[in-house]
Design a protein around this ligand. Structure first.
Ligand SMILES: Cc1cc2nc3c(=O)[nH]c(=O)nc-3n(C[C@H](O)[C@H](O)[C@H](O)COP(=O)(O)OP(=O)(O)OC[C@H]3O[C@@H](n4cnc5c(N)ncnc54)[C@H](O)[C@@H]3O)c2cc1C
Length: 494
């Protein structure tokens, strides 16, 4: 079998060398391939760059991708009765959104109306006042809290902003301290999932200024991977050869541009040469390897920019039940409210250290009648990656029983799956955000990350794409896509 696989591998290598039209050259005693453009990473920004070049008849390109698939943080997979998303899930906003514009003709998206009102549950003995929450919170509070002018004038971390606003609310509305604390906790965690972090004290107010989505999220009927199919031209009957141009399992270790061409060396010892390289690796990967990956080293302001932006972690998990047991009248989710006293009681009774007090609720999943989905952030997301399936399911059952066990007969969980973005060496986190530190830099950290490096002022040699290099739509798929197009255009216009 191994021998057969080796023959197959040799045959594939022969095909690759003979069909791609790139030159095969000899550097020292190792045979290497030379391309006009090499793209490092086949996430959405890398695919965006490749498809844009190919559409413009620029075909002397290769993509080196560390993993064995296209998509990066877009990762749709079969699970349960349909599909789930380990990574990106929604298309955020309709205006100024390249993904929305691309997908619109295909009717693959629907607007997901998030009805928070009446989605909250509490423990039967909790001192919380749910009617205050439903009557007041969602008529007024969202406007009260998400006030960009107030946030700008606060010039503080998002955590400090929320704490300040909560003090105002308690005085204004005379809300009891238990309810106020639980709602504050909920708001902060929800906001943490927006920025992909468990620590809002590092998150800068600048995010709110840059990222305004008119509060409309669109979900996929067909899974986020349909975006890749659209980009590749699968629905237009003429598929661009992105898969053929991609070399999978190629972990680029060093990018050396001390000579008059760029040499990329992969973990497996192979070398590739190019005139231009578009680096699309995540900010997490750059934080980890920027100092060792490039020769000559990156300029100091780029290193400061990489270090100052935030890149923490969000993970999701899915639980499949034998039968659907939750009511139809919850629109898309139910949310948990915890007072500190509730948390302590839960922890005292828990067999699983009570980490589940960090779960703020569950979403129902489109076309998945038996699956619940939850998001966790920061340390809890890191912990999630280490749990056994049994311990995860055990903790989830504890929390479901705590909140709704007296109302519903919860059916038996039969399967689970989860993302593990923190320990994925090719991502190392979730998505980027502006920090208090980057808000106070004298330059835009994002713009500095996006600056190409040149042999002279005019020849862009090392170019940077990826969501963290988009100064408006960082952290998103549409931001990533636009940066890929941007860098492809830079090369085409050169
Ligand atoms: C849990 C989660 C939920 C999200 N939800 C949403 C959402 O609802 N909506 C939204 O718009 N966005 C969402 N995002 C963010 C979105 O997924 C990203 O912004 C976007 O997909 C990033 O694309 P990219 O091309 O910049 O980077 P990536 O997708 O990270 O692509 C980079 C590629 O580079 C490869 N690579 C890394 N290192 C190397 C190396 N050394 N050599 C070769 N290849 C390498 C990686 O394997 C990867 O394929 C979410 C992300 C996560 C993690």
């Amino acid at each position: 079998m191994i021998r057969l696989l080796s023959l197959y591998f040799l045959f594939m290598m022969f095909l690759i060398f003979t069909t791609h039209g790139n030159s095969v050259c000899s550097h020292g005693n190792s045979t290497s391939e030379k391309y006009k453009v090499i793209i490092v990473g086949a996430g959405i920004s890398g695919i965006g760059a490749a498809t844009h070049l190919l559409k413009n008849n620029f075909s002397d390109i290769a993509i080196l991708e560390a993993s064995n698939r296209l998509g990066g943080r877009v990762h749709t997979a079969p699970f349960g009765d349909f599909l789930i998303e380990y990574g990106a899930q929604w298309v955020h906003g309709l205006d100024d959104n390249a993904v929305y514009t691309l997908v619109l003709p295909y009717n693959f998206l629907y607007i997901q109306v998030v009805e928070l009102k009446n989605s909250f549950v509490k423990h039967s003995d909790s001192k919380l006042n749910l009617s205050v929450i439903n009557d007041w919170l969602f008529d007024e509070a969202v406007e009260f809290f998400y006030n960009t002018t107030d946030m700008t004038s606060c010039n503080c971390s998002v955590e400090d902003y929320f704490d300040k606003k909560f003090k105002e609310v308690i005085e204004l509305k005379n809300i009891d301290k238990y309810t106020a604390q639980a709602v504050n906790d909920f708001f902060k965690k929800t906001q943490g999932s927006v920025y992909g972090t468990g620590n809002l004290s590092t998150v800068g107010w600048g995010n709110e200024l840059h990222q305004y989505y008119e509060n409309k999220d669109l979900a996929w009927k067909t899974g986020y991977h349909s975006l890749i199919d659209i980009l590749l031209g699968k629905y237009e009957g003429k598929e661009l050869p992105v898969i053929q141009k991609t070399k999978f399992n190629k972990v680029v270790q060093t990018i050396n541009w001390t000579g008059n061409e760029v040499q990329l060396t992969c973990e497996d010892g192979t070398h590739y040469f190019a005139d231009h390289v578009i680096v699309t690796v995540s900010l997490g990967v750059l934080k980890f390897s920027a100092k060792t990956m490039f020769n000559p080293p990156l300029p100091n302001n780029k290193l400061i920019a990489i270090e100052s932006l935030g890149f923490d972690i969000v993970n999701k998990f899915y639980i499949q039940f034998e039968t659907r047991w939750w009511p139809m009248n919850f629109a898309h989710m139910f949310n948990f409210l915890w007072t500190n006293e509730d948390k302590q009681r839960f922890k005292n009774e828990s067999k699983y250290d009570g980490w589940a007090t960090e779960i703020i609720g569950f979403h129902f999943v489109e076309n998945q009648p038996r699956i619940l989905e939850a998001w966790v952030m920061g340390d809890t997301a890191r912990l999630l990656e280490t749990l056994s399936d049994d311990d995860l399911i055990g903790a989830v059952m504890e929390v479901l029983n705590w909140f709704v066990g007296n109302k519903y007969t919860i059916s038996h969980p039969i399967n689970t799956t989860r993302s593990a973005w923190a320990s994925n060496p090719f991502v190392r986190g979730a998505y980027s955000y502006l920090t208090v530190k980057s808000d106070h830099l004298e330059f835009s950290a994002i713009d500095v990350i996006a600056e190409p490096l040149s042999f002279n002022q005019t020849n862009p040699v090392i170019l940077f794409a990826g969501e963290a290099s988009h100064n408006k739509h960082f952290s998103t798929v549409h931001g990533a896509l636009e940066t890929g197009w941007r860098e492809a255009m830079r090369i085409l216009n050169f």
